[in-house]
Design a protein around this ligand. Structure first.
Ligand SMILES: *Cc1c(COP(=O)(O)O)cnc(C)c1O
Length: 967
């Protein structure tokens, strides 16, 4: 039949998105079902999803539209945002993302589709960028050690509070915060402090601040420069804190630090802040990378991820995640924080901004901002405006005698947002995008009718920045060659490409990571995030300018309620871990409101993800671990016993569904009922929603709270370890306890959990596009196909690697898995000395990113193929796994020694194979081309196996010494 003979509706469907997202077509599906031994996708799903939890009705979502139509609809929503020039500041600034970074990092799937760098060998490029980030932060703050990004400045400040509490000698419970810190930072600190019994002393005036410092406290935090722009000399304040055995925390602006004496030179113990203005658009509040730096003694309890330098099997330098940050699940309730997904992509962008501009370029940008600020102040003074400008970098404070709102309104009418600090205080903040015309415009706002306007030219000769002489920076920074080499666009382009070529991301291979759901991040979903209406808007712009975001928020929440069966959702948490934290806060506040504040026991099965106990500990709950049975299910008898034992104090249970063992437990409804009977609430970790959307809804089968990972199930790319979005979803009676945001105008019984009211707002269009293009049937088909693909892999590999856990089979048929399967490699240790890690590393030689290694069961691989992979790619993976099993047989038979074989020596670098000598018991061809297809398309690992132990013993977390770097 020619296409002309098709009905028009079929022709229109020719552009539908569904077959772009789902890699399996009807023909493939039939084949895969036959391998599994099921007649249809329907019978497969019926055999797997317990009838008792199946959805009562389909999701009520708008009918799907094509990519072009969805983009047009979203464009109309974006246009509801009004783009005024922002001088609000308060931690969010206009910035020029260099085009070479915008296109080749932010908009480049080689960077944005990568996973967290747990597999060090295939992540050398992004880890080099993160080491640049750490070096940049260390240099600018003058601190010895910095991590590879925090979620935002406010949560970084709260984490600094917790780090100080763990690390200082003082036993005080008092934490002092300067009233001149950013208000959203103060809010998030207050939310974090309350459940930990920390008393926050908010020092509203310099007098209160000094008085508080003289009293007992375990740490104090000041903004540098202050949120109102003032620049204080804090040396004496640091001494006062140290006299109390307390820590001093500075929240500092990195651009300002190019000109100001850095906190490390005046004694600060911890420094936090945002890197947003290093090239990452404001995006209504996120995503941006925050940073944390600290003194050397604190490094072993530093939260977040830390990239360090180690050596590979050939003695060459190689990067890997250091210390506690490598496998954060291990420490569970003893973890230093719950941060898992951080802000890697924004951190890479900030680091590239510093690489591209270099120290001189950054100083020029900062000097220009400081000079413009001084000129603005002079003009305002000439106009008689009440400007306070003794010392400032980029922000001026005006005391308006009650006229703040009128002035701000006049500014808006002229296309400009100023910051309303209070009835009587107004702030103006400049940034690298400020122009001469902007300064003239700002003067016009303050000019009386008929008053002559100052001219920029009148001030520009001999302008002196308002930086106090005794706080001028004198020390050098960013002296490493990496910050002084790539200042031409050609050089920068090639550096970015050189790094991304070292890494394996989704643009080259499936990343079959159980629990972490690495699926298609469609280009059409990504396009809107850099539209100016979404990218260049300040999170605290007046609400009527943010109507596009408001519409996006409302629609997305309504759709996610349909997907989960919950009554209310907040999109504020900016990672899954933060959603967990927000959900547990809601549970805690709910119990307290019922007069049940004693309920603080949180039951968590032993198979849970490490963030679960870490989050419980952050809200002051006591974790009690419950057992799993031999089939990997929650041990109901043990759970019942613990519910009874703790009945009066039971706050909640945290389960993952389907379980982290990859199984739909049939008893989940009974489990929920049991916990409810004892007055507890049920938290269902939503990381595995890719097995549920359209099929079953946690809000329907007994969950009270869940978080979602929009960066897993709903297509936001992982970005090499962030950004994420972790919406917290609750049933009706918990809705009043969803996070609020006083600074952003959201009131609630629970405080803010992120710096911005909508968290990582700028990436929400991605999930909106996905749902809009898939529709209810499409999303359900995606879930069912994800389950089909996992079962296909499990079935094809069963004679080579048994699947550890499966549901009970019916009618004598083998059991099934959910959307992921745990391949059991434990017996191989006995027969061949091969560990799961060796298979993971050997997969690199075959061109694959390994599945999830040793979680939740040690020495296993958890495989999650997702619906987006084609049958050809699934088969390529299966072929590699079978070939590796063949290699293991060679070891079992004694043909290759246990300690010298292609698995133990994997991954193989080109350099190691090209040496004049070759004395391995297998050929070079076996090492590099174990399957014929690899001769046509080969990924070469840039380093050999990385030595973790060496790196932890010799901790080094900055750019390589110059000799190594040049080599
Ligand atoms: C990924 C994951 C989390 C944590 O989510 P982040 O977004 O990385 O903070 C929690 N639980 C489970 C089961 C997960 O897989």
């Amino acid at each position: 039949m020619t296409s002309a003979a098709l009905p028009l509706s079929a022709l229109e469907n020719a552009t539908e998105f569904l077959p772009r997202h789902i890699g399996i077509d009807a023909f493939d599906e039939a084949h895969m079902l036959s391998v599994i031994g099921e007649a249809s996708r329907r019978t497969l799903i019926d055999a797997i999803v317990p009838r008792s939890i199946a959805r009562a009705s389909a999701m009520d979502l708008p009918a799907p539209v094509t990519e072009a139509a969805a983009l047009a609809e979203l464009q109309a929503i974006a246009r509801k945002n009004q783009l005024l020039k922002s001088f609000i500041g308060q931690g969010y600034h206009g910035t020029h993302t260099p085009g070479v970074i915008l296109r080749n990092v932010l908009e480049n799937p080689a960077w944005y589709t990568a996973y967290t760098p747990y597999q060090a060998e295939i992540s050398q490029g992004r880890m080099e960028a993160l080491v640049n980030f750490q070096t940049m932060v260390c240099d600018l703050t003058a601190m010895p050690i910095a991590n590879a990004s925090m979620l935002d400045e406010a949560t970084a400040a709260a984490e600094a509070m917790a780090l100080a509490k763990r690390s200082v000698k003082s036993k005080s419970q008092r934490f002092i915060v300067s009233g001149e810190a950013h208000p959203q930072t103060i809010e998030v600190i207050q939310t974090r402090a309350a459940p930990l019994g920390i008393e926050v002393v908010l020092a509203q005036s310099p007098q209160e601040w000094q008085a508080a410092l003289d009293g007992d406290h375990f740490a104090a935090l000041a903004q540098y420069p202050a949120t109102t722009g003032r620049i204080d000399d804090l040396r004496a304040d640091v001494d006062k804190a140290h006299a109390q055995q307390a820590a001093f925390i500075a929240a500092a602006d990195l651009l300002a630090l190019t000109l100001l004496t850095p906190p490390g030179e005046w004694g600060a113990d911890i420094v936090v802040g945002t890197t947003q203005r290093f090239g990452m658009p404001m995006g209504a509040g996120g995503p941006h990378a925050a940073y944390m730096a600290c003194r050397d003694e604190f490094k072993r309890s530093l939260p977040g991820r830390l990239v360090g330098v180690s050596v590979d099997a050939h003695g060459h330098p190689a990067y890997r995640l250091a210390l506690q940050t490598r496998e954060q699940h291990i420490r569970r309730e003893k973890a230093t924080s719950n941060i898992c997904t951080a802000q890697v992509l924004p951190a890479v962008i900030a680091s590239m901004y510093a690489v591209y501009h270099g120290p001189e370029g950054l100083a020029r940008i900062a000097q220009r901002v400081a000079a413009f600020t001084a000129i603005l102040a002079q003009g305002l003074q000439q106009l008689g405006a009440p400007v306070q400008a003794q010392a400032a970098f980029d922000t001026l404070l005006l005391r308006t005698a009650g006229a703040t709102k009128a002035i701000a309104a006049r500014a808006v009418s002229m296309g400009v947002n100023l910051r309303i600090r209070s009835e009587t205080e107004l702030c103006i903040t400049l940034d690298e995008t400020t122009t001469r015309d902007d300064i003239q415009l700002l003067w016009r706002i303050f000019a009386q009718d008929g008053q002559p306007l100052p001219t920029f030219e009148a001030f520009e000769n001999g302008v002196e920045p308002l930086i106090p002489a005794h706080l001028h920076r004198t020390s050098a920074y960013l002296t490493h060659p990496v910050f002084n080499t790539y200042h031409s666009e050609t050089g920068m382009l090639r550096y970015i490409r050189q790094l991304s070529d070292k890494d394996l991301a989704l643009d080259r291979t499936m990343i079959p990571l159980g629990s972490c759901t690495m699926k298609l991040n469609a280009t059409s979903e990504m396009i809107p995030i850099t539209w100016p209406e979404f990218a260049h808007i300040h999170p605290f712009a007046p609400a009527d300018q943010l109507q596009g975001y408001q519409a996006l928020d409302e629609q997305l929440r309504a759709w996610l309620c349909q997907a989960t069966g919950y009554a209310g959702i907040s999109l504020q948490p900016n990672a899954g871990s933060q959603g967990e934290y927000a959900g547990l806060l809601a549970i805690k506040a709910y119990h307290a409101a019922q007069g049940q504040g004693q309920r603080n026991i949180c039951l968590i099965p032993s198979s849970a993800h490490g963030t679960n106990p870490a989050s419980a500990q952050m809200v002051g709950m006591q974790v009690v671990v419950t057992k799993c049975d031999d089939n990997g299910n929650v041990d109901m008898a043990d759970l019942q016993a613990k519910c009874e034992q703790h009945s009066q104090n039971l706050a909640c249970v945290m389960i993952t569904y389907p379980s982290t063992h990859g199984v739909f437990e049939t008893s989940v409804k009974e489990l929920c009922a049991l916990v409810h009977q004892h007055g507890g609430r049920v938290y269902v970790d939503g990381a595995n929603m890719n097995a549920l959307v359209g099929v079953a809804a946690p809000g329907e089968f007994g969950g009270d709270v869940s978080h979602l990972n929009l960066h897993k199930t709903f297509c936001i790319p992982h970005g090499g370890g962030g950004p994420g979005v972790g919406p917290v979803c609750v049933v009706e009676d918990l809705v009043p306890y969803l996070p609020g945001h006083a600074t952003g105008g959201i009131t609630s019984k629970t405080g803010a959990v992120s710096a911005a009211p909508l968290g990582n707002a700028a990436v929400l269009p991605i999930s909106w596009m996905y749902i809009r293009m898939m529709g209810a049937d499409g999303l359900k088909a995606a879930t069912e196909t994800a389950i089909l693909s996992a079962n296909y892999i499990s079935a094809r590999l069963k004679d080579h690697y048994p699947t550890l856990y499966a549901s009970e089979g019916q009618d004598g048929k083998p059991g099934h898995v959910a959307h992921e399967c745990i391949l059991d490699l434990r017996q191989l240790k006995e027969t061949s000395g091969v560990m799961a890690e060796d298979v993971a590393k050997r997969l690199i030689d075959y061109g694959f990113h390994a599945p999830t290694l040793s979680f939740p069961v040690p020495n296993t691989l958890m495989v999650e193929p997702t619906e987006s992979e084609t049958l050809a790619e699934l088969n390529r993976f299966i072929a590699a796994m079978i070939a590796i099993r063949g290699e293991i047989r060679q070891i079992e038979s004694g043909a290759w020694p246990q300690d010298n074989n292609p698995l133990k020596n994997a991954p193989h670098t080109a350099e190691s194979l090209l040496g004049a000598e070759w004395n391995r018991p297998y050929s070079r061809e076996t090492a590099a081309y174990p399957l014929p297809a690899l001769r046509k398309s080969k990924y070469w690992s840039p380093v050999g196996r990385v030595d973790n132990v060496y790196g932890d013993r010799n901790l080094f977390c900055s750019c390589l010494p110059v000799e190594d770097w040049e080599a």
